[in-house]
Design a protein around this ligand. Structure first.
Ligand code: ADP
Ligand code: MG
Length: 613
């Protein structure tokens, strides 16, 4: 009895596995990225464990490395890819549990998405914790052997092996008959099918690693290269002299009778070559990093190969309490679908490292202000103690100082893009406009900077800033006019009776249709010496009104003429309205209902009642 035990995959797993295999049929190469990312995680776990229990490092090798080895078996047989890490490993139970069952959040969500046919791509499986199953894309049978480190609690761990094929609904786990062949960690052996023979090329694997994994791990990745060189065989009849190789070549050319093959031996030289030997991108000087490298790193941090960042900032900083750091901050190309419902999606968007070693990507929900929680940030600090726990981190002044710097850098980044790359900024203003407006509401001291970053539609332009609005104001105009209607089309807002008179007089009116617009404008109150004015509210003033001119006289005369009607309306509508007045605001509409300056506009009432539904 070799202790072999056969397990049934959980029914969900069987479904998931075949789903992954089918939907990723044309993206087979993701398997390598996923397995290397698991190796990276295992090494990070080992390093974290070692902070509290040094003994884990003394078991097996002290090295923390990832190795990729291709065994081509050229003589017609199937080849293998062997991926080894010296990470935390898995016990027998863990092999069965981690590779064969799921109790992961998000899995059912994944199934739903996939079965609804919403693009299941290579990026989804990584995000949903299904990476391991991608090895079945290239390998009909997979063998995983693993040996956890010896610890105080478990001084003598055993090496176990997990075997599964891509079809069928069961897998086996048994004590490895080879004994403890691994010093520590995990070995994954993929049997490469004939159709996937391209993956048996070292050069191909190297380019895949360079493309997908150079940035996602700081642990060294080695690949075994075989150089087959032909060396001349010393020939008894025509001894080759040491020295000038040209002379030797001349000999060959002239000696046409010599069968050349017989004069050479094949020599195989094996070398472990480090693939990811560049310094991590954030440690390099910004001027030495190309845009393409920044975009590649973005794809790695965003776990999204298909999109590009809209802008980034790479900087050094000093928190003032003596901790210096380097950071790269990215504006993603899209917001997560549920961003506005959750607004906590920022949780895993700030990765904190200390001296190149990953510490955490969970700095807490409110580490970044929620309106900036979409930014993807990598921070590498120099002087924090390596074993900082989350609790000590949260009490650490470093974090609050870091947060302040990141917010300032983000505002600088948006500002810079708005000036240097106006076309790109259009996209940003559209995607993140609502977030910036909420920023203005929640971060009073950054009001002015944020106000300058906002873009609006207006009666004059379909893309304008407040600064432009102020530049284009009419002489004497002291108010920034706006009308708000959530979800309405700007063109429809422009037809409102409130807007028509202003427009007829040549004033520009901002047409606001985002939910955050109206509270934002009310909170902004002032911009470059002008006050903001909802044109549907009391308090509207025309800049060109000439107080005792003809217009005023006409209004006074009309007030007298309409007095009986006004009195009657006030009586008739008593209790439902607060006032009835004669106005010169309207052009074609005979009358309109307006809101007191401090009351809620009709738009705001709609928002508030929607929220209490
Ligand atoms: P995820 O990495 O998102 O958790 P995976 O399907 O990629 O999902 O891996 C499943 C689990 O298997 C991991 O969470 C980990 O516990 C375990 N695992 C996979 N590969 C390794 C490895 N090389 N070393 C240790 N544990 C591993
Ligand atoms: Mg994984």
């Amino acid at each position: 009895n070799d202790g072999s035990e056969t397990f049934k995959y959980e029914s969900d797993i069987t479904r998931l596995r075949s789903l992954v295999i089918h939907s990723l049929y044309s993206h087979k190469d993701v398997f390598l990225r996923e397995l290397l990312s698991n190796a990276n995680d295992a090494l990070e776990k080992l390093r974290l464990t070692a902070l509290t229990d040094r003994s884990v490092l003394s078991s097996g090798e002290g090295n923390v490395t990832i190795e990729v080895n291709v065994d081509e078996r050229s003589n017609g047989k199937t080849g293998q890819i062997i991926i080894r890490d010296t990470g935390i490993g898995m016990s027998k139970d863990e092999l069965a549990r981690n590779l064969g069952t799921i109790a992961r959040s998000g899995t059912s969500e994944f199934l739903k998405k996939a079965e609804e046919g919403q693009g299941v791509d290579g990026n989804l499986i990584g995000q949903f914790g299904l990476g391991f199953y991608s090895c079945f894309l290239v390998s009909p049978t997979v063998r995983v052997s693993s040996l956890p480190p010896a610890t105080t609690n478990n001084p003598n761990p055993e090496q176990y092996t997990f075997v599964s094929s891509s079809t069928g609904d069961s897998f086996e786990v048994f004590l490895d008959p080879r004994g403890k062949t691994l010093g520590r960690g995990t070995e994954i052996v993929l049997t490469i099918g004939e159709d996937e023979a391209e993956f048996l090329s070292v050069d191909h694997l190297k380019s895949l690693i360079e493309k997908h994994s150079t940035f996602s791990t700081t642990f060294p990745i080695y690949i075994k290269e075989r150089n087959i060189s032909k060396v001349p065989t010393p020939h008894p009849q025509s001894p080759v002299e040491d020295g000038d190789p040209d002379e030797f070549a001349d000999d060959l050319e002239t000696d046409e009778t010599t069968p050349k093959e017989e004069n050479f031996d094949e020599q195989v030289e094996e070398n472990w070559i480090r693939v990811n030997d560049k310094a991590p991108i954030w440690m390099r000087e910004p001027k030495e990093v190309s845009d393409e490298e920044y975009q590649q790193f973005y794809k790695a941090v965003a776990k999204d190969d298909a999109s590009e960042s809209l802008g980034w900032s790479h900087f050094k900083g000093d928190t003032g309490s003596g901790v210096s750091f380097r950071a790269i901050m990215y504006i993603p190309s899209s917001l997560p679908k549920d961003f506005w419902q959750k607004m906590t999606s920022g949780i895993n968007n700030v990765r904190l490292m200390v001296k190149r070693v990953f510490i955490t990507d969970d700095l807490g929900e409110d580490f970044m202000p929620r309106w900036l929680s979409f930014l993807k940030v990598t921070v590498d600090a120099d002087d924090l103690p390596l074993n900082v726990s989350r609790e000590t981190l949260q009490n650490n002044r470093f974090l609050s100082q870091l947060q302040r710097i990141l917010v300032r850098k983000a505002l600088d980044l948006f500002t810079k893009l708005s000036v240097d790359q106006p076309e790109k900024y259009k996209e940003i203003a559209k995607l993140y406009g609502n977030a910036l407006r909420i920023g203005l509401l929640e971060s009073p001291k950054d009001k002015l900077k944020l106000a300058k970053l906002l873009r609006f539609e207006s009666t004059r332009s379909d893309y304008t800033s407040l600064e432009e609005y102020v530049e284009n104001r009419k002489e004497g105009q002291k108010q920034i006019y706006y009308i708000a209607g959530v979800g309405e089309i700007a063109k429809d807002l422009a037809r409102s009776p409130f807007v028509e008179k202003l427009f007829a007089r040549g004033y520009e009116v901002l047409l606001l249709n985002l939910p955050s617009d109206e509270p934002m404008m009310a909170s902004l109150d002032q911009f470059m010496g002008m006050t903001t004015q909802d044109v549907s509210k009391k308090g509207l003033k025309f800049g060109d009104e000439d107080e005792d001119g003809a217009e005023k006289k006409e209004l006074e005369a009309q007030k007298v003429a309409f007095k009986p009607l006004i009195e009657w309306l006030k009586k008739d509508l008593a209790g439902q309205i607060s006032d009835v007045t004669v106005t010169n605001r309207l052009v074609t509409s005979p009358c309109t209902i307006i809101v007191d300056s401090y009351g809620w506009s009709a738009n705001m009432q709609r928002i508030m009642s929607a929220q209490t539904d």
